[in-house]
Design a protein around this ligand. Structure first.
Ligand code: CA
Length: 239
């Protein structure tokens, strides 16, 4: 799940991005309306958090342009207490929800979850937990164990497993993993994905060279397989 946060207040913008990333979303940010509009014209997002009072191009204009595009991403607008008319205009322009500053991050996260659920009823949600073989991973507490012993995973490794887990049994392209787990900021290469998969295999697979769970699909990407009755390691390349 990829979210664009448009907020010119650096403190609030950073706090929002950090909280959303912590909740497992890939987050991109824009500090002004022009950049937001550029990003929205080339990338697709699952949700946009949009401050209305922005330099460059104001939030209402960003929203107006977004709604002229085919994107159906839900938009949560952020408004100051005295911007009642802008809030109404935003809702009229197709914003899906709003929050008045100052707001609680927990409430914002709850609204984000609700908007995403409403927008994508068919799409499988990110799992809160994965269990396979002797591995248990809890994405709420960011704790993992293997045979009951703590397993040391990085934040990105949790992210990769969580996204692959939400699509268990399906092939996921490297580019899709990059978009969902890293976002376009500090855009790494697909090699980064391969390195994370290799590191994950070393931690969760009995034989990292013949992986049971994190399979390589040559030329495409990766597949997370929990039904290990399938012949293990057949499509492994050890990458
Ligand atoms: Ca502002």
């Amino acid at each position: 799940m990829r979210i664009l946060v448009v907020e010119d207040d650096p403190v609030l913008g950073d706090g929002l991005s950090r909280s959303l990333r912590h909740a497992g979303y890939a987050v991109d940010t824009a500090q002004d309306g022009k950049l937001a509009d550029d990003l929205l014209s080339v990338h697709s997002f699952d949700l946009v958090v949009l401050d209305l009072g922005l330099p460059g191009l104001d939030g209402l204009e960003v929203l107006r342009r977004l709604r002229r595009r085919p994107s159906s991403a839900p938009v949560l607008i952020l408004t100051a207490r005295d911007e009642v008319e802008d809030r109404v205009a935003g809702l009229d322009l197709g914003a899906d929800d709003y929050m008045v500053k100052p707001f609680s991050i927990r409430e914002l996260l709850a609204r984000v979850r609700a908007l995403l659920r409403r927008a994508q009823p068919g799409r499988s949600a990110l799992p809160d937990e994965l269990r396979f073989g002797d591995v248990v991973i809890d994405f709420r507490s960011y704790e993992a164990t293997r045979s009951g012993k703590p397993l040391d995973l990085t934040r990105k490794e949790f992210g990769v497993l969580r996204f692959l887990g939400s699509r268990a049994g399906e092939v996921v392209a490297r580019d899709e993993l990059l978009n969902e787990v890293w976002g376009y900021e500090n855009y790494p290469t697909t090699r980064t994905v391969d390195n994370h998969i290799a590191s994950l295999r070393a931690k969760i697979e009995a034989d990292p060279a013949a992986p049971r769970y994190l399979r390589t699909v040559h030329g495409v990407g990766y597949k997370f397989v929990t039904n290990t009755l399938q012949e293990p390691g057949r499509d492994a390349d050890g990458a």
